[in-house]
Design a protein around this ligand. Sequence first.
Ligand code: PXP
Length: 246
Amino acid sequence: MNQMLRLGVNIDHVATIRNARGGDHPDPMRAVRIVEAAGGDGITVHLREDRRHIRDTDLDAIMAQAQLPVNLEMAATEEMLAIALRHKPHAACIVPERREERTTEGGLDAAGQHNHLAPIVTRLLDAGIRVSLFIEPEAQQIEAAMRLRAPVVEFHTGRYAHLVLDNDGPGVERELKRVGDAAALAAKNGIEPHAGHGLTFENVQPIAAIPQLAELNIGHYLVGEAIFIGLEESVRRMRTLMDAAR
Ligand code: PXP
């Protein structure tokens, strides 16, 4: 068996449903407890600039009460940096963020934004936070992550997920090779590779089979599936599929 593949569960969309009515149900903290009971390895939250799902008070509660390591996805802004430094989560994943987008639509341009990212990465690392950069699976971006001294990169699997939906067999193979090659290159250079975005029960296994990957972060599908089978079963089933792929 290859090394253990961790599952980080992104619970943002529990908050999306709560926010649709403005009350306090469903409570993201309850989701944290279920993920813990179901065998998740980490809790991931994306505090967006517009607070459309997780809010500051959610982050306060999660940081105070979660037993699992917390991975804070954040834009590279002074506001988010201050929040991360105040909370000191286990990990921070720097993501590109534009207010108008529905979700994180492409990887961070770590190469093009070196000068902007460098002081932010350094301050997070100095605070003992494991920094990850959410990038496309490309050599140029991995090399940029190395120059930034990021210990972790997370490869954006959105393109792979779209190709699977389109039934584009050759495209899927090409994209899997891109993620696999990128994972090997990162690992060879001492960077821990992760992956995430758009992963589902149907498409997770070929990604989970890439031996260098150490963690997958999965959110929207798990919360969506929870409507039908419950969050605990949703997380358990994903865990089982990931383990079987290794
Ligand atoms: N990883 C990162 C860095 C993300 O920004 C997100 C959410 O956009 C995910 C993983 C999870 O993606 P999904 O909700 O599609 O599973």
